[in-house]
Design a protein around this ligand. Structure first.
Ligand code: SAM
Length: 235
């Protein structure tokens, strides 16, 4: 049983301290702002979801997205809206990627716990005015016109939704997206997870669910327990 230790206002275990020391050391060695932000986020927020959002499958999926986006859209996708952005890891992966010149990322999630954690995860970019997180339901947002609109005045060149498998009313969301909108979508066939209410069995089924006028990329990636699918294109 690990011994509890007081750290600031929180009780942590010796094991927590063990891993934190290693992460701190590695952050100093690499000089990585991303690692520094992750450390600050896990120090301030005792949220197990952070560990899931940063696991190797999640990071691999985000890096796959970044590589494909760069290949088919280029280094300057403009202003980016991420739907179901969770802990803000995708925003951090894109904004820390030196291959991109992204103006700004806004990450929205229906879960009110996510916004402060996502902003801690992106503290470097919050300070620069390049990242913001909001609590909102993507099914209720107004995307009207071209490009997408998040709040009536905000416009976005690219809308990313890597949480398609979580959307019970996917068709209702899809109908809200204006024709011509540039999109990146991910889904998967991981039916075993209770929150995955909209999995697809294969890439063709995903393409039928989200029919695009112009498909720039369609691919799949085998993970250990499931297959992840990705589409990039214009609705
Ligand atoms: C587990 S996470 C992300 C999984 C995804 N594969 C990824 O890494 O991007 C799914 C997120 O979608 C959010 N979500 C589900 N329905 C939503 C909705 N209607 N509007 C906004 N966020 C939603 C959840 O709160 C959750 O944070």
């Amino acid at each position: 049983m690990p011994k509890p230790v007081w750290k600031g206002n929180a009780v942590t275990s010796e094991k927590d301290e063990f891993y934190r020391d290693i992460l701190e050391g590695m952050a100093i060695y690499t000089g990585s702002a991303f690692q520094r932000d992750v450390l600050a986020a896990i120090s301030r927020h005792d949220e197990p979801g952070i560990g899931v959002a940063l696991n190797k499958n999640q990071i691999a999926s985000k890096m796959w997205l970044a590589d494909a986006l760069l290949a088919v859209v280029g280094p300057d996708p403009g202003r980016v809206l991420i739907l179901g952005g969770w802990m803000g890891v995708l925003g951090a992966v894109l904004l820390h990627d030196p291959r991109f010149m992204i103006d700004q990322v806004v990450s929205i999630d229906i879960d009110p716990r996510c916004a402060t954690i996502a902003e801690a995860m992106n503290a470097t970019h919050v300070r620069e005015g390049r990242f913001a997180a909001r609590t909102a339901d993507m099914l209720e947002m107004d995307y009207g016109g071209k490009p997408a609109t998040a709040s009536g005045t905000d416009t976005f060149d690219l809308v990313i939704n890597t949480s398609c498998e979580h959307l019970v009313e996917f068709d209702r969301w899809w109908q809200r997206i204006p024709d011509g909108q540039l999109l990146v979508l991910q889904s998967n066939d991981y039916y075993a997870v209770a929150e995955h209410v909209n999995c697809v069995p294969n890439l063709d089924a995903f393409r039928s669910q989200a029919p695009m006028r112009e498909v720039l990329f369609a691919g799949e990636r085998k993970m250990r327990r499931y297959v992840r699918f990705m589409l990039i294109g214009r609705k």
